[in-house]
Ligand binder design. Sequence first.
Ligand code: SF4
Ligand code: SF4
Length: 112
Amino acid sequence: MKIFVMAKKVLTSLCARPATFRYPLVPKTYYKNTRGSITIDINRCIYCGMCQRKCPAQAILVTKADKEWKIDRLRCVSCGYCVELCPVKCLSMKNTYSASTQIREEEAFRRA
Ligand code: SF4
Ligand code: SF4
């Protein structure tokens, strides 16, 4: 009997689609609610520093004097807390990830 169970399993596996996909040849499709990278509409930012103070990973640095907002993407844990609490709603979360990197470098945004 076990031979039939095994044969059925083998035939099912032969006909089924593979459980994996050929990334990066086949690009990953992101879900609507994927928690991706944080982005900012810098022209709306009032440099209140709320996001910097509340970020649990200390990934954000706001410099009011230079009108600069920086994020360390290797620190960010994509919790979305900064997006929720920004008083002017100038932060948002993309549903895609930022490019991978081995260099710890903050990404800076400055008002034009
Ligand atoms: S909380 Fe919003 S307005 Fe305040 S510094 Fe951060 S991004 Fe700018
Ligand atoms: S998503 Fe979370 S960890 Fe990332 S910058 Fe915002 S508050 Fe910090």
